[in-house]
Design a protein around this ligand. Structure first.
Ligand SMILES: Cc1cc2nc3c(=O)[nH]c(=O)nc-3n(C[C@H](O)[C@H](O)[C@H](O)COP(=O)(O)OP(=O)(O)OC[C@H]3O[C@@H](n4cnc5c(N)ncnc54)[C@H](O)[C@@H]3O)c2cc1C
Length: 308
């Protein structure tokens, strides 16, 4: 339990940082489930975020980092001990003298792709329909339609939560792989990233973004809440095809359902709980293993109540 006294001290020391107390995480996650966490803090800029992290470090509180909440779900019972730190308000983007883009962690990837298009820069069209933030996207090495963020990232600036140091990590040291990066080891807060794009034709970039977003609307259940692809792609297979072949399309637990439109997604048909999602993920994983002898690994991150 985070002492009341500490929360009061944070309010006094950082009056510019909005603090939401006992905040239901269903309001901040695209799957729309999850109970209240003790605090959700949304620093307006990098300086206040770094100072707040120093304060938390002094009081031995490790924050849970939140981007746009499109790949993560929180426990239904909430988490009294959890201090969630959102990068959502840090949304700056600028073009550096060398032409690279410097982008804050909280900027939605869709906004970054739109910015690139407006400046006739090509390379991020694939990301325009990914609903995450730059920080969450870097951590997951988000990708679609043959592109991955690692293809256009030059470096990532991050704050070490353990000692407060800030370091710019070149892309070559980020251990990027399929939906993978070194930042998944924890302990680092991604502050911003540098992207290198190529000059392109503004109209052609726009047309490609429209085409890919139409493909998404045609194939994916975007009308219902979800957390994106439920499982990682097993090598040599497609998770959605395996799930469909096992007759699991449309199967549900409570309000969580394997999408009728795209078996790779689990959607919230109304009042799904995180427990419904967790149970359905296990059911799908076990049934696919029973029939195909292939073990699926969830891509959705289920935050544990005992994280701190
Ligand atoms: C409809 C839909 C479609 C999707 N399509 C795709 C797709 O095509 N391709 C794809 O790759 N993904 C897709 N996703 C999944 C999701 O959008 C991506 O994984 C995205 O990168 C997550 O970003 P986020 O900001 O929402 O991260 P969150 O869900 O908020 O967090 C994800 C993880 O990143 C960590 N994190 C977030 N920000 C930071 C930070 N600044 N520093 C350190 N750690 C941080 C969190 O602690 C958590 O562990 C889709 C999701 C939905 C709902």
């Amino acid at each position: 339990m985070i002492p009341y006294k500490i929360i009061e001290e944070i309010k006094q020391t950082f009056p510019s940082i909005p603090l939401l107390e006992n905040e239901p995480m269903k309001n901040h996650c695209s799957f729309r489930s999850g109970g209240p966490v003790r605090v959700l803090a949304v620093p307006p800029d990098e300086a206040s975020l770094v100072s707040l992290c120093a304060f938390l470090r002094e009081h031995e509180i490790t924050p849970y980092l939140l981007g746009n909440g499109t790949n993560v779900v929180f426990p239904d019972e909430g988490a009294e001990d959890l201090f969630v730190l959102s990068t959502g308000a840090m949304q700056s983007v600028s073009i550096l003298p060398d032409g690279d883009l410097c982008v804050s962690a909280g900027l939605p990837l869709s906004r970054l792709a739109a910015f690139a298009q407006e400046h006739s820069l090509t390379g991020l069209e694939f990301a325009s329909g990914i609903p995450g933030s730059v920080g969450g996207g870097v951590l997951m090495n988000a990708g679609a339609y043959g592109g991955e963020l690692k293809d256009v990232i030059v470096s990532v600036r991050c704050l070490d939560l353990a000692d407060g140091s800030i370091r710019e990590v070149p892309a070559s040291e980020c251990a990027f792989g399929y939906r993978q990066s070194c930042f998944q080891n924890g302990g680092k807060l991604i502050l911003s990233a540098k992207f290198r794009l190529a000059p392109g034709d503004r109209e052609a970039i726009s047309a490609r973004m429209k085409e890919l977003n139409q493909r998404r609307r045609d194939k994916q259940p975007l009308d219902l809440p979800s957390a994106g692809s439920a499982f990682r792609r097993p090598e040599g297979y497609f998770a959605a095809a395996l799930i469909e072949e096992c007759g699991l399309k449309g199967v549900s637990v409570g309000g969580a359902q394997v999408s009728e439109k795209h078996a790779g997604f689990i959607v919230n048909t109304g009042n799904a709980t995180t427990e419904d999602l967790r149970t359905l993920l296990s059911l799908v994983r076990d049934e696919v293993y029973r029939q195909k002898h292939i073990l699926l690994t969830p891509e959705i991150i289920l935050v544990s109540p005992s994280l701190q």
